[in-house]
Design a protein around this ligand. Structure first.
Ligand code: PA5
Length: 444
């Protein structure tokens, strides 16, 4: 059966086979800790068996809600930030036609808000929606995050003005904690349809819950196939063996880190994967960057970025390694035409598929980078489909749990995210922050 695979052959110039072998017990212990739930943050392991424990009835219910929103709305705004945004955005971008925004409208388009506090962004979104039929999926596990709360307040007001409060409440769906938070209270009072984010599923591990599944279903994609792929990977990632792709990836990246490779660049050669890189950066950045430790997660889109970051990667400080996400099959076929005059000198590749040229750019770059002191791993994906994206998501999540435990941190908390919030609340004079306001004013 086709599935995703990890190749770590091209790291051996930096870490030897023997060094990789020697790290197996450490990786096995981390995997055991994760599977037994005996490590730090073990109250946040609900994502581990989400693919197998999510009932079909929930997926059917999500599909029914999505179908109703698709019937009522040309646009649905998914409001959320961080883990309540990036997973859905990554999957939708990976599966969408790159030019759908410029084609005549067919079906329902998912837009995003609450992932920034850009005043112009919100103005332009509101202005765009003012004569459109739209709905809202508001997502916040805590139910108190400022960025989505602002966007929701503004878009809810607009929707209620456009179609009236009663109809607006039928086009708003809230995804939040079962009991806690302002959003839960608001949803109950306004009578919105709601979905629960389980207590034991953290934001950045929540894409395979209603958080990611509802926006993905609204965009018209097959969430059952996505979950099916995740189930395949759940079953394939439990053994302490190099046959387990999550084990192999987690082990190898920690070996590289210990060898002084402090930055990992996730590389794609398919522009549809840009937001997958953003999702991955959050997953690994928030999970591992703590206690003054952690691989810095970066991402590039090639070959675009070979003309911007390529120089640095080839010859800059030798503290980086790459993980290339390589998509084997493309959805469409485009062949480079022959040209009699050949003024551009391209006839030597006439008749080849564009993807063949892209694959040679990928291979040539990988060899050049290894030669230049940048070890790389390859994660091969048969195609960009719901099934394989489900596999890829679960693979990276499982590997992140193993890797975080190998690093010796709690991969499931994010204490550092609070620092900016405290300062922002103090600067905005939020009630309850009087002491912090005085303290921060003294620093200005
Ligand atoms: O991974 C995380 O926990 C965070 O990135 C959150 O998803 C993000 O801060 C948004 O939080 P919330 O869903 O509570 O609004």
């Amino acid at each position: 059966m086709k599935t995703i695979e990890v190749n770590n052959k091209h790291v051996t110039g930096t870490v030897s086979e023997a060094q990789l072998e020697a790290m197996k017990p450490e990786a096995a212990a981390a995997l055991k800790t994760l599977l037994e739930g005996s490590g730090a943050g073990n109250d946040f392991l609900g994502w581990l068996d989400l693919p197998t424990r999510t009932p079909d009835a929930l997926l059917d219910d999500i599909n029914a809600t999505a179908a109703q929103l698709r019937k009522d709305c040309d646009y649905v705004v998914a409001i959320g930030i961080g883990g309540s945004y990036l997973g859905a955005k990554a999957v939708i971008e990976a599966l969408s036609d790159a030019f759908s925004a410029y084609r005549s409208q067919s079906g329902t388009t998912v837009l995003f808000a609450g992932q920034n506090i850009g005043e112009d962004y919100l103005y332009e979104l509101k202005d765009f929606l003012k004569d459109k039929s739209f709905g809202i999926v508001v997502i916040s596990k805590s139910g108190t995050t400022t960025e989505p709360a602002i966007a929701f307040r503004m878009l809810k007001e607009q929707l209620e003005k456009q179609i009236g409060k009663a109809d607006a409440s039928k086009r708003i769906v809230a995804i939040t904690d079962a009991k806690r938070g302002a959003l839960r209270q608001l949803a109950t009072e306004e009578g919105y349809k709601t979905y629960v984010i389980d207590d034991n599923v953290g934001g950045r591990f929540s894409v395979l819950s209603p958080v990611g599944l509802l926006p993905i279903a609204v965009a018209g994609y097959d969430i059952k196939a996505l979950m099916d792929g995740a189930r395949t990977m759940q079953a394939a990632t439990n053994e302490a063996s190099m046959e387990n792709p999550a084990f192999k990836y987690a082990l190898t990246r920690n070996a590289l880190y210990q060898a002084g490779k402090k930055t990992e660049i996730l590389v794609n050669y398919n522009p549809k994967l840009h937001y997958f890189g953003e999702w991955w950066k959050q997953l690994y950045g928030e999970s591992e960057g703590k206690e003054n430790k952690g691989i810095f997660p970066a991402a590039v889109d090639n070959s675009t970025d070979l003309h911007s970051m390529g120089q640095w990667i080839q010859e800059g400080e030798r503290t980086i390694f790459e993980t290339v996400v390589s998509v084997l099959e493309q959805r469409h076929t485009e062949v480079i035409p022959s040209d009699e005059a050949n003024l551009d000198g391209l006839n030597y590749i006439a008749g080849k598929r564009v993807d063949e040229v892209n694959k040679m750019a990928e291979l040539g770059t990988r060899i050049a980078h290894v030669d230049g002191g940048v070890p790389n791993m390859i994660v091969t994906l048969p195609a960009l489909t719901e099934q394989y994206l489900g596999e890829l998501i679960y693979f990276f999540e499982k590997a992140c749990g193993i890797s975080g435990y190998m690093l010796g941190v709690n991969p499931f908390n994010q204490p550092g995210v609070e620092a900016y919030k405290r300062n922002m609340f103090a600067l905005l004079r939020k009630p309850g922050y009087e002491a912090e306001t005085a303290a921060i004013q003294a620093k200005l």
